[in-house]
Design a protein around this ligand. Sequence first.
Ligand code: URA
Length: 421
Amino acid sequence: MSVVQEAIETKKLGGELSASTIEAVVLGYTRGEIPDYQMAALLMAIRLVGMSYDETLALTSVMANSGPRYSFPDCVDKHSTGGVGDKVTLTALPLVAACGAPVAKLSGRGLGITGGTIDKLESIPGWTADLSEERFRAQVERIGLVVGGAGELAPADKAIYALRDTTGTVDSLALIGSSIVSKKAATGSGHLLYDVKAGSGAFMKTPAAARELAELLVRLSASLGIKASALVTDMDAALGSAIGNALEVRESVAFLRGEPVPADLAEVATDVAVRLLELHGVSDPAGSVRRALDSGAGYEKFAEFVAAQGGDVDALVDLPVSSSVRVVSAPAGGFVAAFDALGVAQGALELGAGRQTKEDTLDLGAGVELLVRVGDEVSAGDPVARLYGTRSVDRATALVLGALTIGPDPVTPTPHVLDRL
Ligand code: URA
């Protein structure tokens, strides 16, 4: 029997795989020596039977070591499990860099309903993530904030994730945890904050499931020598009011410049920044973040970072978005009971703010701006959202309206940060 057949038999019967078996199977699959059907059978057995903590840690290590590994022990980083309108990287990281905690971030492009940080930043004319390793390192040293493309980081995770995506094996806690932490370990930052989203627009639908994942992420990180903590944040509604690439950069710039933004965005961005500074050992983290906001130092750091990566800083103050705008109106009066993140994201996707397949081209100026939030009182005909862009506007309108629930009774909005660990 081959090593992968033995592994399938062991897992099928509820046994535990050794670290050396996990290594042989994962590296064999990544090199193309193990066929998809055998790897899929093993992943399904893992999905159904689960993995012990030791197996999960072994899988994480071997995937982290399957490609280039970087080391930035003094740097901080954050990972979000993906949400709608999630602009925490764009808002919290310039603040922590301005407070003296350096950030070396490797990011990706978006696929499906959640946008990628690189797509968002590419809406700034001239900005590029295409940096040599030398330039990446030099920028961390010089200004303490850099975002580059993730490239070939953890290639074993990339291969296995693509297979999981088409074989019904994504939704396994052990496989999700090892996948996320392998990429973070390969990036090499010494301090990590996980922002685990819970709700309709997130991977984990309930706060309890999100907490379980958060605990695993923190534990795996600690086992690999990374100081980590986590927040569980709400994703039943989008974060802030902007969903779409240039729209999200605009809202992030407004926050960093001290202009009014929705309370949920301000709260989550500030909370993440404070937690990262705590992990890094900065004294008075909350006071430091407040001063970086009040003095404009966070915005100056963001502008410095944009310029260092070729972006046009002058464009930041009024970043262009699509000039084709449709206003969506409330169909009835009452109180906003829900503005479902998933439906709004699907609307933004139709407008061209996201990719349905890897080959799709984005309209960086497209997206949705929400004009009301849960708890607001509206009258019939009041504007509730603006849609930007020219693609599938009727379908997007129907999706955004379908996401809106208006009821007769006053509604108390839920907190944005649901749990801390
Ligand atoms: N994000 C990842 O990086 N991996 C998973 O398995 C799920 C979400």
